[in-house]
Design a binder for this molecule. Structure first.
Ligand code: FAD
Length: 454
């Protein structure tokens, strides 16, 4: 390790990727500092995965009370109350607990935490305010930030960041966007009783997911009260006394109590001084790195959302482990982007791993498609009109399972296990020879016998 610098590594950003990189590297004996301007744990812990999932749990409970009636419970409608400030306060307490855990994880590993906004002054020097710190290696792990399109009234439109701290719930809400964050927030709001409309400019939301999954989800969400309007976008928003009039591209107007946009995220590189140093940004604004996370400046690395790879916490964590090993371990290891499982916590959930049918047709030729659609057992007695869907995409010549997709309760939990099997190269015959766990929805993945399409 190099004594000519204050540190062996300075990490900018204590989010998912930054904390993991700092901790793993310190545990390998490196002298590490991490600079954080806002909150320990980054987006995921503070305004992303964690609070979002807590809100999803909260919003689903109203439905659970209703479903309980079919099972003999008396749930008096007039005694059911939901208090939004309680949910937000309890969520905040949990997030503060996690912030503390992150701090202790770093401190116990011997990482120096520097609070403030970092600027890279030269290839080995990071400035935080007036104070300069030198390091052999610098890693940019500054994440991403929501982008709202430039429409008149943009200042009235909230992003996911503010949604986590809303002082009160509106009666009506408009959610603008077709990605997973928009879909999840629409589900949260509708589940909490807000009259919610989701607007998306394309003809079907959740671009990049399997077509069947997209269509099936579009048929399920309205049953939960989410009004879907595709092929339409916001032209302007006008506020009057806390109410909003939203003018749409089809000439209609929506009156609402809240407008949220989840219309994309950009790399957060503001003020870092990257381009002056020769670090390249691609046309989308992401930091350009090679397969070892090295930028055009050899001492500067970048990982996580800021480099434009799939914007998911486990991706940032895995990248951090690869980079730490390369810098302070045996120098080996590469990131493997195949078979990244992911979930959308809409209601019902989506879980997915591997190729979509369209991707598989393009890259693998002849396929066998297995699909099953059914009413989950729970709803045979709850009376709820909710259905689940599962789909397997199999390469005909090798029998390998290329994609597994599901819409239904706990889809994320179910698909995680399938991802392990697929990572091991599991074939359809191996799925078929696996015994089911009865009675579950998950067993359907090992009992789909007849292909629905070649
Ligand atoms: P971040 O976690 O964003 O961390 C970057 C850190 O850098 C921040 O703490 C920031 O304050 C700090 N920083 C920025 N600039 C500077 C500077 N100049 N100086 C000092 N510090 C700086 N992913 C999932 O896998 N599952 C999910 O369910 C999921 N849900 C999500 C829901 C929402 C609403 C959002 C917005 C994201 C969600 N994500 C989810 C994505 C996930 O949160 C990100 O992919 C992940 O946090 C990226 O980690 P990162 O380390 O790249 O950046």
């Amino acid at each position: 390790m190099s004594e000519q610098y204050d540190y062996d590594l300075i990490v900018i950003g204590a989010g998912s990727g930054g904390v993991r990189l700092a901790r793993m590297s310190a545990q390998r004996g490196a002298r590490v500092a991490v600079v954080e301007s806002r909150y320990l744990g980054g987006t995921c812990v503070n305004v992303g995965c964690v609070p979002k999932k807590l809100f999803v749990y909260g919003s689903h409970m109203g439905e659970d009370f209703q479903d309980a009636r079919g099972y003999g419970w008396t749930v008096p409608e007039d005694q059911l109350r939901f208090d939004w400030p309680t949910l937000v306060a309890n969520k905040n307490t949990e997030i503060e607990r996690l912030n503390g855990i992150y701090q202790r994880l770093l401190e116990n590993a011997g990482v120096t935490i520097i609070n403030g906004t970092a600027h890279i002054a030269d290839e080995h020097r990071v400035m935080v305010g007036e104070q300069g710190y030198t390091a052999k290696h610098i890693t940019v792990a500054t994440g991403s930030w929501p982008v709202t399109p430039d429409v008149p009234g943009k200042e009235c439109i909230l992003s996911s960041n503010e949604m986590f701290y809303l002082p009160q719930l509106p009666r009506q809400a408009v959610v603008w966007g077709g990605g997973y964050i928009a879909v999840e927030f629409a589900g949260i709001l509708a589940g909490l009783g807000v009259d919610t409309t989701l607007l998306y400019r394309g003809d079907l939301f959740l671009r990049g997911f399997d077509e069947d999954i997209r269509r099936f989800t579009a048929s399920e969400l309205p049953k939960k009260g989410v009004k879907l309007r595709f092929g339409v976008t916001i032209e302007s928003v006008t506020e009057t006394n806390g109410h909003y009039s939203v003018a749409l591209s089809d000439g209609t107007t929506l009156d609402t109590g809240l407008v949220m946009a989840a219309t994309g995220r950009r790399a957060l590189v503001d003020g870092l001084g990257l381009e002056q140093l020769g670090v390249q940004l691609n046309p989308a604004g992401h930091v350009v790195v090679d397969q070892h996370f090295q930028t055009a400046v050899p001492s500067i690395f970048a990982l996580g959302d800021v480099i434009g790879t799939p914007q998911l916490t486990p991706v940032a964590l895995a990248q951090a482990m690869v980079l730490s090993r390369r810098l302070f371990g045996d120098g080996e290891g590469e990131m493997d982007y195949t078979c990244i499982p992911t979930a959308v916590f809409c209601q019902p959930n989506i879980g997915t791993v591997g190729l979509t049918e369209a991707e598989a047709r393009e890259s693998h030729g002849k396929l066998r498609i297995y699909r099953s659609e059914f009413k989950p057992m729970k709803h045979t007695m709850s009376g709820r009109d909710e259905r689940s869907m599962m789909k397997l995409i199999v390469e005909d010549s090798t029998d390998r399972v290329l994609g597994a997709h599901m819409v239904g309760p706990d889809a994320g939990e179910i698909v995680q296990g399938l991802a392990v099997a697929m990572k091991c190269g599991a074939t359809k015959a191996q799925f078929d020879s696996t015994l089911g766990i009865h009675p579950t929805s998950a067993e359907e993945f090992v009992t789909m016998r007849e292909p629905v399409a070649p």
